[in-house]
Design a protein around this ligand. Structure first.
Ligand code: EPU
Length: 411
């Protein structure tokens, strides 16, 4: 493959701004918006609540007018399709003082606990009533009060949701052991431009002083650091010189130093990365919260290690179940041994052969595409909705680089 590929707006930033806009009665205009399945699901949730949405796909722009929100009950069918729909629960509760929400759904790694969200809401003074279908939250006297929350575990959406919830709560909120992802900093910056009072986003302690209301605003979605890292690994695993543009390399944290230690030859600029032909060597990795090695890049890295000389251990610390896709790489000829659900040993290099695979989740799915590119023969991937959740028009963008890939069945 050869050429340039542009990185799109970050899924995990766009999803949060779509939730944050519910805090205000005024319009929010979002540019560099990624039109992927997950953000479309969130737009459907907003429309169902009564938010007026104006889409300009050609200019990657979405405008949302939340002045007409008519209900505080989330639609079950929609919520079940998107596990991260939990992030909108805080802003609705905080602005309207009540919320009814079914339990969220998700992918195979997505049946995740929501205890830190519910514990947090109780600290803000909300009462919770559970039943089999979902839960109802009610703020005492219609208004939340500031809270002191020490997250027992670092949680990205938990941090973002509690930060948004605190914006309209009365008094001061302190979040400790908070996540530090760049998307959290972007979200805090947007909220501050709209009148929120937030200190410390991007560090492990965030302080928020509640305000009565916030305005609308404009938000530019930062380039997706996971898409960036995926494309870097695509260049390396296929041995191609690819220029990845419109990205922020410094948002990759530990990923670039680890890739360099694995033998990757990279030219890194302010807003681009060029991959060069490299001799890959085994290098073990442990996933970690930002700025550590992102769990969302663990699957393409595992594939990369199947092409590296030697033995490496991949230790997935964030999500159980995120290594099970390695079974499918083994059917292609990889030599990966699972020690336990959190660790595999990869022995490389191995030649891969085309197979029929099923994408279990978004990141394993894109990894299967990369595996198919280097495998001898044809690879067919089923359940590509999972890939469309996070990568826009992926086949067209890869065809432009010279990949032999096509969508067999239109959506
Ligand atoms: N957890 C709990 N209780 C909770 C919430 C989380 O025990 O109430 C646990 C999780 O089970 C996990 C750990 O805490 O073991 C950390 O999970 P976290 O809450 O940080 O994950 P998340 O916020 O649900 C976000 C991204 C993920 C990304 C993780 C880790 C969004 C929408 N999702 O998930 O992105 O993998 O942070 O960085 O921002 C992806 O894009 O493919 C994706 C899965």
């Amino acid at each position: 493959m050869k050429g340039e590929i542009e990185v799109n707006g970050a899924k995990n930033s766009a999803l949060k701004i779509l939730s944050a806009l519910v805090l205000s009665k005024e319009k929010c205009r979002i540019t560099n918006f990624p039109f992927i399945e997950d953000t479309r699901r969130m737009l459907e949730i907003l429309e169902d609540l009564g938010v007026r949405i104006f889409i300009d796909e050609k200019n990657k722009t979405v405008e949302a007018d939340p002045s007409s929100i008519s209900k505080t009950e989330l639609n079950e069918t929609l919520v079940k399709k998107l596990r991260s729909s939990m992030v909108i629960s805080g802003p609705i509760l905080s602005r309207f003082g009540k919320l009814r929400m079914p339990y969220p759904g998700g992918c195979v790694i997505g049946k995740r606990p929501i205890d830190m969200f519910l514990d947090g809401y109780q600290k803000f003074g909300a009462e919770i009533a559970w039943d089999e279908q979902g839960f109802t939250l009610t703020a005492k006297e219609g208004k939340l009060t500031g809270a002191h929350i020490f997250f027992p575990k670092v949680t990205v959406t938990g941090t973002e949701t509690m930060m948004m919830t605190a914006v309209l709560a009365e008094g001061k909120t302190v979040l400790e052991n908070a996540a530090m992802e760049p998307e959290i900093v972007e979200l805090a910056n947007y909220l501050m431009r709209c009148g929120a009072k937030i200190k410390g986003a991007g560090t492990s302690t965030i302080e928020i002083e509640g305000v009565d209301e916030i305005s609308g605003g404009e938000f530019y979605v930062i380039p997706d650091r996971i898409e960036t890292g995926t494309f870097v690994m695509m260049g390396l695993v296929t041995g191609s010189e690819i220029k990845i543009t419109n990205c922020i390399p410094k948002h990759l944290g530990a990923v670039l130093p680890i890739l360099e230690k694995s033998g990757a030859k990279l030219e890194v600029g302010e807003d681009y990365i060029i991959t060069k032909e490299s001799k890959l060597v085994a290098n073990s990795v442990t996933t970690h919260e930002y700025p550590g090695f992102a769990t969302d890049l663990q699957s393409p890295y595992t594939l990369l290690m199947t092409q590296a000389e030697g033995l490496s251990i991949i230790h997935e610390t964030i999500f159980e179940g995120r290594l099970f896709f390695t079974d499918q790489l083994n059917t292609m000829g990889a030599n990966i041994i699972m020690c336990d659900p959190h660790r595999v040993v990869v022995s490389g290099p191995t030649k891969l052969y085309g197979k029929r695979l099923t994408s279990p989740d978004l990141r394993a799915g894109i990894t299967m595409i990369l595996a198919g590119m280097i495998a001898e023969g044809k690879t067919v991937i089923d359940n590509i909705y999972q890939i469309d959740r996070g990568y826009e028009h992926i086949e067209k963008r890869l065809q432009a680089l010279g990949a032999d890939i096509k969508r067999v069945k239109e959506k």
